[in-house]
Design a protein. Structure first.
Length: 236
């Protein structure tokens, strides 16, 4: 058994016993993690773009309403058990031949503050469900400032050199994060994985931000890849 597989198996991503809806905590979820009402609401946020895989990125939901509540509860409100639900939704989107599940890592300072790396837990959960090994392939070397107020070029500049690879990697790789906003962070991390030997990177997030800033600027992840790929290949 590979070390990465052992790490995955040992990870604390076990499915908890759920007797209440993970979103509203009131009604019982009968067949899933959610009650019927929350299930209907969250399904209304399904991200409709089935061609997103061609863009090398796919988000299961739009970051709105109940979806954003679930993400905030998971990240900031101590409901780490939501990982099992989020990971199961994301794992259903992993179709194809992948050699590794990786994540967009937090900087160690932010990790200390939050107590856990939300993307890492999700990646491990997805790895367990899909039986694809979890691999810690990148490390965040800079604690980048928040990108909320930044434009596209500034975001790229802000993220430049924010990640380094932690070793060689091969094959097609799934890169997991919780929320995709402009794609600048995921694209920078993906570029590092490509530089480390990955054949292709499929960015998978639970939600995609549909905030005004994103909508107005219409930045596609493909565009980010086009910008980032040549730079990284040249530097190889
Ligand atoms: Zn509910």
């Amino acid at each position: 058994m590979k070390l990465s597989r052992l790490i995955t198996k040992a990870a604390d991503t076990a499915m908890p016993h759920i007797d209440k809806c993970v979103a509203c905590s009131i009604e019982k979820g009968v067949e899933s993690f959610l009650c019927k009402r929350c299930c209907d609401e969250i399904n209304a946020r399904k991200h409709g773009d089935t061609k997103a895989k061609d863009l090398c990125a796919f988000s299961v939901y739009d970051y709105e309403g109940l979806v954003s509540k679930v993400v905030r509860d998971y990240k900031y409100n101590g409901k780490r058990y939501l990982c099992a639900y989020i990971a199961s939704e994301m794992a259903a989107a992993v179709k194809g031949d992948y050699s590794a599940i990786c994540h967009v890592p937090l900087h160690k300072k932010r990790l200390r503050r939050r107590g856990f790396d939300q993307a890492e837990l999700l990646a491990k959960g997805i790895a367990k469900i899909t039986d694809i090994p979890f691999v810690r392939a990148a490390k965040r070397t800079r604690n980048t400032r928040t990108q909320v107020s930044l434009g596209l070029v500034q975001r790229q500049e802000n993220m430049k050199g924010a990640f380094v690879s932690t070793g060689p990697i091969s094959g097609n790789v799934v890169l997991v994060d919780d929320v995709l906003t402009t794609g600048a962070t995921a694209a920078e991390c993906a570029a590092v994985l490509l530089g480390a030997g990955a054949s292709d990177v499929f960015v998978l997030t639970f939600a995609r931000s549909t905030g005004d800033a994103t909508r107005k600027r219409k930045w596609s992840v493909r565009k980010m890849f086009d910008i980032l790929k040549p730079r990284n290949f040249r530097s190889k």
